[in-house]
Design a protein around this ligand. Structure first.
Ligand code: ADP
Ligand code: ZN
Ligand code: ZN
Length: 662
């Protein structure tokens, strides 16, 4: 009788023993199996064989039979190791890690019908690409010459041609018969990028892996990659779980982007997992960004990562934009717009150039208020306000999706004159339309681009020059190249300067640098106007000087003084329940059961900033340690206790390792 241990998609950190039915050759590890689970005794679940065992603690007559899914190949040893690493590092049940890492179809034990991935025609000669600049060549040479595992930080200003460096490095890997994995942030994976890669490698087998890809295609891509039949895997964070037997290079573009961190279930950082994979395979990895995360920059400074710099734009005529602040303390704004910004937009209109007004808040106004009695539009399910959307005349919660019509009168006092308070993109749009009736205005936010198709259509419209003024949220900040864009106006950025979250300045700096970097990428010089009440703030000064390093050093000094990452290592235990008190009580109990580790600090449980979402109340507890090893030793010990606790019904908890959100 052969015994195996099987990982199942269940929220418990343990494996299950089964008998293996039928004869199979070789090691059963990595095979998908159909197993009975629960009282019915019928095969009902799909699991992954983790390994053969010689002995089970279960009595032999109790062991049920696992049936191998013969139509699917075994998952490679390396892939099992990858999942095991994630299970350990993120303290997540192995079966759930695997279930997440597998495409949905395979997770159900099904095989997609047709298998071949799309292959380029391969007849046309590939375009040569631009002749690399000296800086690009230095970077390419270093990556291509890397012997084994090396982490590169490609720190290149916006428009410096990082993509060209990636493509050349990938070219070298393909020429040696290797596979390349390229990860990009969610919003950046557009058909243009895919087309650019396909264009450049017409003979390569390229698969795209994102959560947006249909189930069958995702399963096909996975199996093709597993069989070594994909040369390039291009995808968002979940692509980091693609099996790649010939892996030769990993690229993580915009490595600082928060979308690489998953915020539910398996809370992994695709960038960090990618680095682990590069080490596992002993291959180079390139992290690219104009505004690296401070963690990454820190490692580049202390020599753990190799820094490759592209300090100038690749196109000789494209200069970095001029960045100036507009002091808004001394003037009356028109719906948030200063005289200077209005004049600058007007100038662009006359010159037939594009302007972009950046405001990271969608909707018309963040809240509807009654000046007579103080009523404000609140979400009854969340600790948040209902945002006023005038376009479709609704009040809408951005956290739980609750919608309500706009009340004709104040629900509390009957006052007919309720007022929008504050401003969002729709209000800016309205004001700009009044100021510039002749201009073609395009608003780009999650309301106007609520599907990839609409987003695509909007991008194409901008590229065709069919808009004079763009109004956008951070959606517009990434990777896009708008030839006639010469002005970026930044509105309402100050709030992030003083946010409670210690990562807020890092994010703000990155966003503003990115969005500013959209301008002046071609012959026309770009200008960035930042409206602020703090024109002398060091963050804005560093932006004006295009001095990421100065900003980063200052932030790192602050973090070192405060003992924040990357100078400490954190995990967050979060609990949610119907009542905040229950969530807090659970966390307090968890604290009292924590083993004592000298280098580990547990902070007091506190309600989360947004403590109620969708009628669930949430609290959290920060754990901080001096060393990563100590943190994980502590967590291993602590979580064993927590998993054994009987929690009240309706209470759920999870652990977030290296949390990005507070
Ligand atoms: P980044 O990703 O660093 O912002 P891109 O890779 O998008 O920059 O390149 C910016 C622009 O510069 C693109 O239009 C690209 O075609 C062009 N470019 C890149 N490298 C070169 C080069 N060596 N010579 C001329 N143009 C280049
Ligand atoms: Zn009222
Ligand atoms: Zn809500």
């Amino acid at each position: 009788m052969r015994l195996v241990q099987v990982a199942l998609d269940l929220p418990v950190p343990r494996l299950f023993d089964y008998r293996l039915e039928g004869a199979i050759e070789g090691d059963p590890a990595g095979r998908l199996v159909k197993v009975p689970f629960g009282p019915s005794g019928k095969p009902s679940k799909i699991g992954v064989v983790v390994g053969a065992i010689t002995h089970s603690d279960q009595p032999a007559e109790k062991l049920k039979a696992a049936e191998i899914v013969a139509t699917l190949p075994a998952l490679p040893h390396e892939w099992l190791e990858l999942c095991r690493f994630c299970a350990q590092y993120y303290h997540h049940p192995l079966g759930q890690v695997m279930a997440f890492a597998l495409p949905p179809l395979l997770r159900q034990g099904k095989r997609p019908r047709q298998l071949q991935p799309k292959v380029g025609a391969g007849e046309t000669a590939p375009p040569a690409g631009n002749r690399p600049t000296a800086d690009q060549q230095t970077a390419i040479d270093a990556i291509v010459a890397a012997q084994g595992f090396t982490t590169f930080l490609l720190h290149g200003v916006t428009g410096s041609g990082k993509t060209e460096v990636y493509l050349r490095a990938i070219e070298a890997v393909l020429a040696k018969g290797g596979q390349a994995l390229m990860l990009v942030p969610e919003i950046a994976l557009t058909p243009q990028l895919e087309a650019r890669v396909r264009d450049r490698f017409p003979a390569a087998r390229i698969v795209v892996a994102t959560s947006g890809v249909a189930d069958a295609a995702r399963a096909r891509a996975f199996l093709a990659a597993l069989a070594g039949e994909a040369d390039i895997v291009l995808g968002t964070r979940l692509a980091v779980f693609m099996p790649l037997p010939r892996l030769g290079l990993i690229v993580v573009d915009e490595e600082h982007d928060p979308s690489f961190k998953q915020q539910d279930g398996l809370r992994y950082s695709a960038r960090d997992v990618a680095i682990w994979r590069a080490r596992q395979r002993n291959v180079p990895i390139v992290l690219g960004s104009a505004t690296p995360s401070l963690e990454t920059f820190h490692h580049a400074m202390n020599g753990r990562y190799t820094l490759l710099a592209l300090p100038e734009r690749a196109v000789a005529t494209a200069e970095l934009p001029t960045v100036v602040t507009v002091d808004t303390r001394q003037q009356k704004l028109q719906d948030g717009l200063s005289q200077e910004l209005i004049a600058a937009v007007s100038e662009r209109l006359q010159r037939k150039e594009q302007s972009l007004v950046f405001l990271n808040r969608r909707g018309y106004a963040p809240v509807l208020a009654c000046p007579a009695c103080g009523w404000i539009s609140r979400c009854r399910r969340c600790a948040a306000n209902l945002v006023l959307h005038l376009v479709d005349r609704r009040l809408r919660c951005h956290h739980c999706g609750l919608e309500a019509p706009i009340p004709r009168a104040c629900p509390d006092c009957g006052n007919l004159d309720t007022q929008p308070f504050g401003r969002g993109t729709q209000r800016l749009e309205e004001r700009l339309a009044t100021l510039f009736p002749e201009a073609r205005i395009l608003r780009i936010d999650r309301d106007s681009a609520d599907s990839p198709r609409k987003w695509q259509a909007l991008l194409e419209k901008i590229h065709r020059g069919e808009a004079d003024i763009l109004i956008g949220t951070q959606m517009l900040a990434k990777g896009h190249d708008f030839p006639r864009l010469t002005l970026v106006g930044v509105v309402g950025a100050d709030a992030a300067l003083f946010a409670a979250d210690f990562r807020a300045p890092e994010r703000l700096f990155g966003q503003l640098m990115q969005v500013g970097g959209r301008s002046g990428r071609h012959q026309l010089p770009g200008e960035v106007l930042i409206q602020t009440e703090y024109p002398d703030h060091p963050l804005y000064r560093a932006l004006a000087a295009h001095d990421y390093a100065a900003f980063a050093r200052e932030q790192l000094d602050d973090r070192e003084a405060a003992g924040f990452p990357p100078f400490s290592f954190q995990a967050m235990l979060r609990a949610e329940a119907g009542e905040l008190a229950d969530a807090l009580a659970f966390l307090k109990d968890a604290v009292s059961r924590a083993p004592s580790f000298a280098g580990v600090t547990l902070y007091d449980p506190v309600p989360m900033r947004l403590f109620r979402v969708n009628s669930r109340e949430r609290a959290q507890l920060l754990v901080e340690a001096k060393s990563r090893r100590e943190l994980h030793a502590f967590l291993d010990d602590w979580l064993t206790t927590l998993h054994a606790l009987k929690t009240p019904r309706g209470l759920r908890w999870h652990l977030d390792v290296d949390p990005l959100d507070y």
